[in-house]
Design a protein around this ligand. Structure first.
Ligand code: PMP
Length: 389
């Protein structure tokens, strides 16, 4: 009786989501390397963020396991890093990151969501103004909302709009934090980081926060991301990346100055009040990170696949947005996106519809996550079926 009354509003909301075609359910997938199965249907997984195909690479796992001893296999940090959870594996990974990026310091987080929801509230006060791209990830939006400061959202990748907003507020704030992704998760397009850095240099008190979640591993000569590729790593104040995508692990990091790290250790709640990453996980991440610079072939293959797909559509007079390994095919209404995704799944490609609130209403889409280990034959079939949709 009480449950009926207490949960009634939830049932209504769920019914509304179902009526709009926006109800989400957890798929009961069986995983088999690059493939996933749903019931009888076996499909190539084009919906994960395993862009380099590392998560399914058994050779890598075997190499890692060969070096591992039961003493190193520490499955839990058992407390926050500020208590007893600060293990050698954490620090070694941070030092490796700082070294690769050529930055003073690095700090680990349990996931990208923690990083984004925690860094901004820690560093932004009431004399700070945040200027964020309209399409930044939900975790950044939540971080902005938790910050005790004002914010503006500038039109997606529109640096003129950003500059207009910034120049109009110079007298009112002491500090400005520009927040963007380098590769946008749902549109697959990139930010011009060099132009952002130039803008930063023209105004006092400006800091840059760049989320490289979808670029880390994929771009740059060593796979460190777009900032590395564009040669602007030094100019990014908070360069954040995640390990759960191309790097086939879990967790996240920021590379930054020593002062910033020390400040975050003292002020960032999702860093302070959580059990640290399992040391074994930090060791696995470091093992992969050390091999990342050598994975140029995989990165080139991935880039080639993206070009191939976009080119095939361009030849048919259709423009696919973005210019990365994330290829969105915008459909519009959610129910149509669901039907088209189901059609592709019947052809053996696990592509999912992305719907509101993840993307704006009316822009539901198929989001294809390319992976470096797609074969030429699979790519041809994928293109054929996509064009027939
Ligand atoms: N930033 C971006 C741009 C993302 O796409 C995601 C995850 N989808 C995150 C942060 C969160 O990272 P994590 O999955 O490690 O929490």
């Amino acid at each position: 009786m009480t449950k009926e009354t207490n949960y009634g509003y939830m049932r209504q909301e769920l019914k509304k989501l179902a009526d709009e075609g926006n109800l989400r359910r957890l798929p009961q997938l069986a995983h088999d390397g690059r493939y996933v199965s749903l019931g009888e249907q076996r499909m190539l997984n084009l919906s994960s963020n395993d862009y380099l195909g590392l998560a399914d690479d058994l050779d890598l796992r075997c190499q890692f396991l060969e070096e591992l001893t039961p003493q190193d296999f520490i499955p839990s940090a058992s407390s926050s890093r500020l208590m007893t959870g600060n293990f050698r594996a954490h620090r070694r990974l941070e030092l490796e990151l700082a070294h690769l990026y050529g930055k003073e310091e690095a700090l680990l987080f349990n996931c990208g969501y923690h990083a984004n929801v925690g860094i901004l509230p820690a560093v932004a006060d009431e004399r700070t103004l945040i200027l964020a791209d309209k399409l930044v990830h939900a975790s950044l939006i939540d971080g902005i909302r938790l910050s005790k400061c004002s914010y503006f959202r500038y039109r997606h990748n529109d640096l003129n709009h950003l500059e207009h907003l910034l120049s109009g507020q110079l007298d009112r704030y002491e500090r400005f934090i520009i927040v963007t992704e380098s590769v946008f998760s749902m549109d697959g397009d990139r930010t011009n980081l060099r132009a952002l850095v130039e803008l930063k240099r023209r105004y006092p008190g400006v800091m840059l926060y760049v989320d490289e979640a979808h670029a880390f591993g994929v771009y740059g000569p060593q796979g460190l991301g777009c900032a590395e590729e564009e040669g602007v790593t030094d100019d990014i104040d908070f360069l954040m990346g995640t390990f759960g995508k191309a790097l086939a692990s879990e967790g996240a990091f920021v590379v930054c100055d020593r002062t910033v790290r020390e400040y975050l250790v003292n002020r960032m709640r999702p860093f302070i009040f959580t059990t640290a990453l399992p040391p074994i996980n930090a060791a696995w991440t470091r093992f992969l990170l050390q091999r990342l610079p050598g994975m140029t072939e995989r990165r080139e293959r991935l880039r080639g696949l993206g070009n191939m797909l976009r080119m095939a559509f361009a030849l048919k007079g259709r423009h696919l947005p973005g210019d990365s390994q994330i290829v969105p095919i915008i459909v519009g209404a959610s129910d149509r996106a669901v039907l088209k995704a189901e059609a592709l799944q019947r052809h053996g490609f696990y592509v999912l519809p992305v719907r509101p609130p993840t993307v704006p209403v009316g822009t539901s889409r198929l989001r294809i996550s390319l992976r470096a280990d797609i074969t030429d034959g699979e790519m041809e079939r994928l293109i054929k079926h996509l064009q027939e949709l």
